[in-house]
Ligand binder design. Structure first.
Ligand SMILES: Nc1nc2c(ncn2[C@@H]2O[C@H](COP(=O)(O)OP(=O)(O)OP(=O)(O)O)[C@@H](O)[C@H]2O)c(=O)[nH]1
Ligand SMILES: [Mg+2]
Length: 304
């Protein structure tokens, strides 16, 4: 068999399970996952390399109607990922719409997929939450629409049917040598994932607008000889009042954040770390082009 390689963009509404699916397909926790929508803010690359193929998965932010600049940037990442895709994985959450009608006529999805430029595989996710009969009916319903190259029910959480999905993707990939060395799992640096892990813990530990107003920057990441590496990270919020909330009474909230983040970072990094967190105010950063650029919200093309 000729070696196949190409790009598979995972797109869908917020919270559909895109990042969970990416992690499940590459067999490693790479992209952060929370129960809150809008967890993912840019494109996350996850590379699956086998002898006969290499699939470069692109996890993307959930499709939404942008209300501020950050959300506009998030949608740019979706468009950019679609333009790179050899195959599109459109993922829907069974909970969102059990009769299947509304979701796919969803205006937002249409806007992105009217002219996909690549075959689309429809993935019906969270199948573990419904009975088999309902699942079969859903698959039949979408198959009858004749819009998709395949319709596959999966559970990104349990891994159910992920092999079928991988084969369906391979059916749509061109013969091509590998793009990356097989031991490379992502094109991002480790410090990016460390920042993402801290962001994940902010999503888990804080409520209301706090997760959405927070960004994390790794200011220093020092690999050291001793038992612990050193990481200094800044948590950026939009207003002074939010800084107070992140820190909490007597610093208790930020201490909890630090502990949760440290444990998760150590698991990812494979070595103990000394994590120092600083909380800073970056006035209205979500609407500030320059600040967002500093935080890395720019497409590879628009580097200047
Ligand atoms: N029961 C069940 N839950 C799932 C499944 N896949 C994802 N979830 C849950 O759905 C929630 C959202 O998952 P994510 O992977 O973060 O979803 P996403 O599409 O990446 O979300 P955004 O990045 O916010 O757009 C999390 O609580 C997951 O644990 C699944 O197959 N079954
Ligand atoms: Mg996500």
């Amino acid at each position: 068999m000729e070696h196949k390689a190409g790009y598979a963009a995972i797109i869908g509404l917020p919270n559909a399970g895109k990042s969970t699916l990416l992690n499940s397909l590459i067999g490693q926790k790479l992209s952060i996952v929370t129960h809150k929508p809008q967890t993912t803010r840019r494109r996350i690359t996850g590379i699956l390399s086998e002898n006969e193929y290499q699939i470069i998965f692109l996890d993307t932010p959930g499709i939404l109607d942008p209300e501020y600049l950050l959300q506009e940037k998030m949608m740019e990442w979706v468009r950019f990922s679609l333009s790179d895709a050899d195959v599109v994985i459109l993922i829907i959450d069974v909970n969102d719409d059990r009769d299947g009608g509304r979701l796919l006529s969803h205006e937002l999805i249409k806007r992105f997929l009217d002219n996909p430029g690549a075959p689309v595989i429809l993935v019906i996710n969270k199948i573990d939450l419904i009975d088999q009969e309902t699942a079969v009916a859903l698959v039949n319903h979408f198959n009858l629409q004749n819009k998709f190259s395949r319709v596959i029910p999966v559970s990104a959480l349990t891994g159910f049917n992920k092999e079928s999905l991988t084969f369906a993707i391979l059916d749509n990939l061109p013969a091509h040598p590998k793009f990356y060395d097989e031991d490379i799992v992502s094109d991002e640096y480790e410090r990016f994932f460390v920042a993402e892990i801290i962001r994940e813990k902010i999503f888990e530990l804080y409520s209301d607008e706090i997760p959405y107003s927070s960004e994390v920057e790794i200011e220093e990441f020092k690999e050291r000889e001793g038992p612990k590496d050193y990481i200094r990270a800044a948590v950026m919020v939009e207003r002074a009042s939010q800084k107070g909330i992140i820190i909490g009474k007597n610093g208790e909230a930020v201490k909890k954040l630090g502990q949760a983040a440290r444990n998760a970072i150590q698991e990812f990094h494979g070595k103990d770390v000394f994590l120092e967190l600083f909380v800073k105010v970056a006035e209205k950063w979500r609407s500030n082009e320059r600040l967002m650029k500093n935080f890395g919200y720019k497409l590879p093309e628009s580097e200047d």
